[in-house]
Design a protein around this ligand. Structure first.
Ligand code: PLP
Length: 382
């Protein structure tokens, strides 16, 4: 059915999952797996977390959708919680990460025009991933394929580890610097603090805005609700999605108070975004994740996982922060072959690039699951 009815855009691994609980998935033959990918950092509360399931069941029985032409309490509560936990301004709710970045791109361009910039530019980093819609894709240098051109103009890219180049690229025409704190899709690369500091300083000097894409790093993944909290800079805008909805599709673009009213009625919108069902799911997911004890455990388990990985045969490098981990493999080891064998042995991971495995387990795992994953990895890599 897949081959006949679905466009062949995804290269799928040979498993069809039908049930999940916590960090476990079961396939259609009732084989059990330990899920160290969590829907690519979506199922951070684990599969079918009872608090999310209960909230969704209850909301689904009362009201699933209402147009954004009317008020909706779950959306307002979600926006309040997001702003309160981060930049204190206002939020625009979306259905996905790429749409959260579209909102940010429109917002910073309008803000730049307000400063008299006719042709605003957005500075991005090489190795970035910001999504698959045209604005976000135009901000994603490595994924721009000529087959789909022309892209949006007005994006300038610099190497991800060259603060001087970044300083040089931010000038009078710059609307914003848009960056991730850890580049997930291109192999889990931690962006050096010097890049962040350079971006903040040049944005402050030129009037440009700093936008942090926290779609993969946010919602507790690195051991604080937002990854920037552990770093020396504060952004003007953040974008989030992935784990925000506890498995349901919801994202957000969140601003400081000064930027909360840049986008005015009619200037942006979405039919589904922030609907009662997904907003309720997100509030339940935030209740689980925005918890000091859980976030401390993410940092501790992340350290245990990284230490264990460093001791494994075939591992040349361990990168990341908290439970966002990239495992560089020795030359000659094919990460996709390793991932296939791990799947066969009941451990789900993925390989964002040919030489790297990526581990993004649910944040609710314990030491036992970390040790179990390490033992499967030891067996396969050995
Ligand atoms: N930004 C980052 C950092 C991401 O990792 C992703 C997805 O992997 C996106 C944006 C796009 O999110 P979505 O697939 O929900 O559109």
């Amino acid at each position: 059915m897949e081959a006949r009815w679905l466009m062949p855009t995804f290269k799928r691994a040979p498993a069809c999952f039908v049930r999940g609980e916590g960090a476990r998935l079961w396939d259609s033959e009732n084989r059990q797996y330990l899920d160290f990918l969590a829907g690519i950092s979506v199922c951070s509360v684990g599969h079918c977390h009872p608090a999310v399931v209960d909230a969704v069941q209850d909301q689904a029985g009362r009201l699933v959708h209402v147009s954004n032409l009317y008020y909706s309490e779950p959306a307002a509560r979600l926006a309040e919680r997001l702003c309160f936990s981060s930049l204190g301004g206002k939020a625009f709710l979306t259905n996905s990460g790429t749409e959260a970045n579209e909102c940010a791109i429109k917002l910073v361009r309008k803000h730049a025009r307000g400063r008299g910039i006719g042709e605003p530019e957005i500075v991005v980093l090489e190795g970035a991933f910001h999504g698959r819609t045209y604005g976000a894709l135009s901000a994603t240098p490595g994924f721009r394929d000529d087959a789909f051109g022309p892209y949006l103009s007005g994006f300038v890219s610099v190497p991800r580890d060259d603060p001087q180049a970044l300083r040089g690229a931010v000038g009078e025409r710059t609307a914003a610097v848009l960056m991730e704190l850890i580049q997930g899709e291109t192999g889990v690369h931690v962006i050096p603090d010097e890049m962040l500091i350079a971006a903040r300083e040049r944005c402050d000097a030129s009037g440009a805005l700093l936008v942090l894409d926290e779609i993969q790093t946010g919602m507790g993944r690195t051991g604080s609700l937002w990854a920037y909290e552990q770093l020396p800079v504060r952004p003007d805008v953040i974008t989030t999605a992935k784990a925000l909805g506890g498995g349901l599709p919801v994202g957000a673009c969140v601003t400081t108070p000064e930027l909360g009213d840049v986008l005015q009625p009619g200037e942006h919108g979405s039919t589904f975004a922030g609907g009662p069902l997904v907003a309720t799911a997100a509030l339940a997911a935030l209740e689980v994740i925005d918890d000091g004890a859980l976030l401390r455990q993410v940092r501790e388990l992340g350290a245990r996982l990284a230490d264990g990985l460093r001791a494994l045969p075939g591992v040349s490098e361990v990168r990341g922060r908290g439970l966002m981990v990239g495992v560089g493999l020795d030359e000659g080891i094919d990460a996709s072959e390793v991932a296939d064998r791990l799947l066969d042995q009941g451990l789900i991971v993925n390989q964002p690039v040919p030489s790297t495995l990526r581990l993004l387990p649910p944040l609710v795992i314990g030491e036992a699951e970390v040790d179990e994953a390490l033992s499967i990895l030891r067996r396969v890599l050995g």
